[in-house]
Structures are given as structure tokens and as C-alpha cells.
Design a protein around this ligand. Structure first.
Ligand code: COA
Ligand code: AMP
Length: 631
């Protein structure tokens, strides 16, 4: 089937299309219905079916005689370690950890938070939860204690799995104090914290709830996989929304397993035995889908890399990994390539390595700027494929599906809608827009398998956030257009979400933190363009009447406050004090106008502005901060 036929079939006969894909998965009990539409708009896939994702990712390969194949390679330049696990070894480790969790009383449906660095034990923890039907929620290690506390209160985990430390280039980040602080702040208290001790920085287990990972797994007995309903939640992954309260995206076992395996061949064109590397972090959706689940379900070798594109030790790090481990397909964010390009503009490091096994580079997480695309194409001599997706979908909405039919690349576009996604562009009134016209990008329901089923314990927020704007459609939150050849262009977000180094962050969340400072009367956070990270957050604050402390001190405190409350990953370093914020007459802060001023873009003075003169004041403050940076 070519792309056109495949796409058409997926939309017109989804049951036939995904039912066939599901044959590739081992089911303990076959489903009654491929697509269950009995409770619209809560569509469910493979209802009545039972399976276990961990079985399909590990035991299945061992049972069919591939136990000696390498399942996972851990490459860590920051600890000078390289270690690999066969499918049998990984299965055994996971079965033991699952046994240890079961011994602590973790049963099907219990939540387990995983707050860990990029080490194999993190993947083992996820798979161990899946093995016993527990629902994992991985929290990215770069988030501060306060963010972890919010997630603890929402997910209410019985157990938290963590490690003594993470390593950021040459800096040891002690996780245990952050974890203890988060539990101190949270209303919900886990029964146990299971801590993996790393030699780079061990920690004291002081609290009675703390358990030593290595000790409890030594005493545990391995357990088998528990078959669960296809609709049973596999995991919750929190992502940024418009407020500081993160949204707990819920993903099921059945649809997810089917689509993850399907995507490996159809989108990435990889087969069992190929070495697949997603250079992301397990704390993000890319890490869930393409470091852990999809490559293992497919029987590939997956790579976990604990390092950076540059500085560990140099801008040749990616090429070393590709060459040393014979990576065939790699997936990362454009920002990583911008970092490499900045240090090695002529690609000298690339020439030092044998990349003959490398076939395709996939990029996602943020808009891929044409400069980065061309640089990667020119220096790597392989197809460079931009694809568009979100935490909510868990896999790509638009891509150049290399295993179905490869199309010519158009710079700036992630190519066409992937089978299963009926992507449309609507205006504010819900009318379909003609080719080339910008509007809200939506997906007609039902979403294909593997996408979010709801928000954790918040069906109402799910409906309001994603389905209320246009009846029968999922609102992606992205704006853009589709051209005459059906190529999709993602241009911007329609909400208060910004994308910093491929990380999705809420400006609303940062505003809540700034507003909590005693000297701040009012504030706004908006995104400004950055040549390395894509965007950076910029804060503008109005001080409370009578505050006469030096502005520099307040600015330093605000930067530290965001670091403490959200985390270093927010990269919040730009903040300035202004006299007033520009607003409409109805009081809405004109954030996008301020972004445009900071970026040096043309802007129209909004007709509804309360006082146009404020924009001159804002321009002056931004100039003092160095923005627009080209002036
Ligand atoms: N634990 C603790 N701190 C972390 C962290 C983690 N897991 N990850 C990042 N941080 C910290 C960084 O050390 C940095 O701290 P600093 O401000 O004190 O220097 C801060 O958070 C910002 O991190 P980051 O935005 O990643 O910036 P960076 O300068 O360290 O690296 C890139 C920039 C481009 C090299 C890096 O972001 C990158 O490789 N990104 C591409 C891959 C990717 O992860 N994409 C995500 C989705 S696909
Ligand atoms: P996240 O949920 O963190 O994966 O972020 C998803 C958001 O990142 C999307 O809604 C887009 O705004 C942006 N994004 C992801 N991939 C792309 C891409 N290929 N092109 C443009 N924007 C992207």
C-alpha cells in the first residue's frame, strides 16, 4: 500500500486498519471491539482485550529465542560507562524489580512515581510497573521539588523510585534532598521510597520509608507478567498547560503497544535487530515512546545516553555513539543540532567517525528551522526527517513515513498527516480553511490508538482543554496551515506554552511563581526567540507600590525563585522591571505584542490597547536587556 491508500484506509476503516496492526502484538485475550465508540467522546481501543506491555517488550522476544540479542545499551560519557543488557538479562532484572515492588504491596492500578536520571534502572522501573499493572509516572530529573510535589499530590503514588543522584555534565545533582523536600511539601505521602545508590554520589537513607534498591531486589523473587485490560492505564505523564497545574496525560496498554510497534516499521522504517537511538530523556514523552517502549516492542536494540550533544566531551559525542554502537536510526530535537553546529560549524568531528550504518535522522520537539535541517542533511548525507507530535498523542501526528512512502522534504514542514490522524485547519468559527491559510490545527475524532485517553482523574479538564473548542475535534494547541500538497506547517502555539530546548514549559506556571514574590505586583512571562534553544522565557515585572530595593537584587531573587520552584530546566534568566504592562481595555496583557518587540518583528498596535505609549516604555526596557538581540 502506498501512503495515499494507507492513509485513506486508516480513516475510512480504522477497525480493519488497526485490527491488522494489533495482530503483531501478543494478546492474552483477544479484544471484542477494535474501536469502542459506546461512550463518545471517550473512544477506547481494543476493549475486551487483555495483554501485558512488558511481556511484549521483553519476555516475548526471549520466548521466541532472541534472548541473547542486545536489548539495551547504556552509554554514559559522564560516568565513563558503557554497559549492555540482552533481552534475557533485561527481562530478569525487570522481573526481580517487579517482585520487589510487589513485595512492598504494589498491585495493579497503584501509581508509582519514577524520579530518576538516564540510567538503565529507570527503564527497568517503567517496565517493572508495566509488568504488574502498576501505573508509572516518570518525572523529569530537571524539575524542582515543588514540581515533583505537585505531581505526587495528583498521582498519589504508593511508592516512589529514585536514585541518589543525577549527573549534569560534571555536576552531581543530589536527588534525595529534592525528593525529601517534595514529600515534605506534598499532602500525599508515599508508603516507600526505593533509592538506587549510584557510586558517583550515594545518599543516606534516613527516613523509615526509605528502602535501598539494591538490597530489596537482592532479596526479591522474580514475578511474571500480569495480563491487564487493553484500556488499563500504562502510565501518566505530566505536561505543561496554561497554568502551573500540570496535566496528567493517561496512556493505555493496548492501543499504545499496537501503535508503538507499528510506528517502528511504518514511520521509522526499522526492523527487529536494528539499533535505534532516541537522544532525549526518559522524563519526556519521546523517551517513554522511543527510548523504552517502541524499540523494545519491535525487538530493536535501544540506546540510553547519559550525556549531552556537546561538552561530553565535545561536539563529536553523537557521532561517536552512532559509530561505536552501529546506530541505524537516530531521533533527537533540532536544538541538539544547533548546539553541535555552533561548536563545529564545518562538521569536522563528523569526519572522524564511521557512520556507514547510519540511515536516517528524525527530529521533533520543536519547529525544525531550515538552517538546521540543511546543515544536518549536508553534513550527514542521510535523509533528515522532521516530524510533529505531542505528549498527548505519544507518537507523531505528521511525518514523512519512511516505511510507507518517502516524500520529498519541504523545509519547515513535518510532511503529511500520519495514518490515523484526520488533521484539519479551522478558523475561530469552526470553518475549514483553504490550503495555505493559517488557523487552529485540529484532529477529527477519534484519535488513533496510543493517544491520551483522558487526564488523570480529570475527565472534565480533558474535555474542556482538548475537546470543547470544536465539537468532534481534538484541539492540538498548535496553529499552522496545510499546503496544496497536503504538507502540514506548524507555526506557533495558541496557548501560553513555550518550547525551550525542545522542552515544553508553561509561561502561566512561571507567572504564578513570579507573582508569589512579595515585591511583585504584576507580571507577564512570554517567549523570545533564541538561536540555540529555540525560545527562552522572558519575565516582565511591575513592582508593588513603595518597593525601593535595588532592582538587580529583586531580579536575582526572581531568577532563583523560578529555579527553586520549577527547576533549572526552565532556563529562566531574562527578567526586567517595568513601570506598567501593556493591556487591552478589558485588562488582557498583550504578551504576544511584547514577544514581537523582543524579537524585533513588525507588530500592529492592537486596536483594543489601553495606552499605546506603554509599548515605547517596554521597547526601552527590552533594549536595555539586549533585545531585540540583533540591534
Ligand atoms: N537534571 C537536572 N538538571 C537538568 C537536567 C536533569 N535531567 N536536564 C537539564 N538540566 C539543567 C541543565 O544542567 C541546565 O542547568 P543550568 O541552567 O544550571 O546550566 C538547565 O537545566 C537547562 O538545561 P538545557 O535546556 O538542557 O540546557 P543545556 O545548556 O544544559 O543544554 C542542549 C542545551 C541543547 C544541549 C540540551 O537541551 C539538549 O541536548 N537538548 C536536546 C535533546 C532533548 O533533550 N530534547 C527533549 C525532547 S526530544
Ligand atoms: P511536547 O508535548 O513536549 O512533546 O511538546 C509538543 C509541542 O512541541 C507541540 O504541540 C508543538 O508545539 C511542538 N512541536 C513538537 N514537534 C514539532 C515539530 N516537528 N514542529 C513544530 N513544532 C513541534
Amino acid at each position: 500500500m502506498n501512503y495515499k491508500e494507507s492513509y485513506k484506509l486508516s480513516l475510512e476503516q480504522p477497525e480493519e486498519y488497526w485490527g491488522k496492526a494489533a495482530d503483531d502484538i501478543h494478546w492474552d485475550k483477544t479484544w471484542n471491539r477494535v474501536l469502542d465508540d459506546s461512550n463518545i467522546p471517550f473512544y477506547r481501543w481494543f476493549t475486551g482485550g487483555e495483554l501485558n506491555t512488558c511481556y511484549n517488550a521483553l519476555d516475548y522476544h526471549v520466548d521466541k529465542g532472541c534472548g541473547e540479542q542486545t536489548a539495551l545499551i547504556y552509554d554514559s560519557p559522564v560516568t565513563d560507562t558503557c554497559q549492555s543488557y540482552t533481552y534475557s538479562e533485561l527481562r530478569d532484572e525487570v522481573a526481580l524489580l517487579a517482585g520487589a515492588l510487589a513485595k512492598q504491596g504494589v498491585v495493579k492500578g497503584d501509581r508509582v512515581i519514577i524520579y530518576m536520571p538516564m540510567i538503565p534502572q529507570t527503564a527497568m522501573a517503567m517496565l517493572a510497573c508495566a509488568r504488574i499493572g502498576a501505573i508509572h509516572s516518570v518525572v523529569f530529573g530537571g524539575f524542582a521539588a515543588n514540581e515533583l510535589a505537585t505531581r505526587i499530590d495528583d498521582a498519589k503514588p504508593k511508592v516512589i523510585l529514585s536514585a541518589s543522584c543525577g549527573i549534569e555534565v560534571n555536576r552531581v545533582i543530589n536527588y534525595k534532598p529534592l525528593l525529601d523536600d517534595a514529600i515534605e511539601q506534598s499532602r500525599h505521602k508515599p508508603e516507600h521510597c526505593i533509592i538506587f545508590q549510584r557510586p558517583q554520589g550515594s545518599c543516606k537513607l534516613t527516613n523509615t520509608r526509605d528502602l535501598d534498591w539494591q538490597e530489596i531486589t537482592k532479596d526479591a523473587s522474580p514475578v511474571d507478567c500480569v495480563p491487564v485490560e487493553a484500556t488499563h492505564p500504562l502510565y501518566i505523564l505530566y505536561t505543561s498547560g496554561t497554568t502551573g497545574q500540570p496535566k496528567g496525560v493517561v496512556r493505555d496498554h493496548g492501543g499504545h503497544a499496537v501503535v508503538m510497534k507499528w510506528s517502528m516499521k511504518n514511520i521509522y522504517n526499522v526492523d527487529a535487530g536494528d539499533v535505534f537511538w532516541a537522544a532525549s530523556d526518559v522524563g519526556w514523552v519521546v523517551g517513554h515512546s522511543y527510548i523504552v517502549y517502541a524499540p523494545l516492542l519491535k525487538g530493536c536494540t535501544t540506546l540510553m545516553y547519559e550525556g549531552k550533544p556537546v561538552g561530553t566531551p565535545d561536539a563529536g559525542a553523537f557521532w561517536r555513539v552512532i559509530s561505536e554502537h552501529k546506530v541505524t536510526v537516530m531521533f533527537t530535537a533540532p536544538t541538539a543540532f544547533r548546539a553541535i553546529k555552533k561548536e563545529d560549524p564545518n562538521g569536522e568531528y563528523i569526519k572522524k567517525y564511521d557512520l556507514s550504518k547510519f540511515r536516517t535522522l528524525f527530529l521533533a520537539g520543536e519547529r525544525c528551522d531550515p538552517d538546521t535541517l540543511h546543515w544536518a542533511e549536508d553534513h550527514l548525507n542521510v535523509p533528515v526527517i522532521d516530524h510533529w507530535w505531542q505528549t498527548e498523542t505519544g507518537w507523531s501526528i505528521a511525518a514523512n513515513c519512511m516505511g510507507i512512502e518517502a516524500f520529498p522534504v519541504k523545509p519547515g514542514s513535518p510532511t503529511k498527516a500520519v495514518p490515523g490522524y484526520d488533521v484539519q485547519v479551522l478558523d475561530a468559527d469552526g470553518n475549514n480553511l483553504p490550503a495555505g491559510e493559517m488557523g487552529n490545527i485540529v484532529v477529527k475524532l477519534p484519535l488513533p490508538p496510543g493517544c491520551m485517553t483522558t487526564l488523570w482523574e480529570s475527565d472534565e479538564r480533558f474535555l474542556q482543554t482538548y475537546l470543547a473548542a470544536y465539537e468532534g475535534y481534538y484541539l492540538t494547541g498548535d496553529a499552522g496551515y496545510i499546503d496544496d500538497d497536503d504538507y502540514i506547517y506548524i507555526m506557533s502555539r495558541i496557548d501560553d506554552v513555550i518550547n525551550v530546548a525542545g522542552h515544553r514549559l508553561s509561561t502561566g506556571g512561571m507567572e504564578e511563581v513570579l507573582a508569589s514574590h512579595r515585591d511583585v505586583a504584576e507580571c507577564a512571562v512570554t517567549g523570545v526567540a533564541d538561536s540555540l534553544k529555540g525560545q527562552l522565557p522572558l519575565g516582565l515585572v511591575v513592582l508593588a507600590a513603595g518597593v525601593d530595593r535595588p532592582h538587580g537584587d529583586i531580579v536575582d531573587e526572581l531568577i532563583q525563585l523560578v529555579r527553586d520552584k520549577i527547576g533549572s530546566v526552565a532556563s529562566f534568566k531574562l527578567v526586567t522591571v517595568v513601570n506598567r504592562l501593556p493591556k487591552t481595555r478589558s485588562g488582557k496583557i498583550l504578551r504576544s505584542t511584547m514577544s514581537k518587540i523582543a524579537d524585533g518583528e513588525d507588530y500592529k498596535i492592537p486596536a483594543t490597547i489601553d495606552d499605546p505609549l506603554i509599548l515605547n516604555e517596554i521597547s526601552e526596557s527590552l533594549l536595555a536587556l539586549g533585545y531585540p538581540s540583533n540591534k
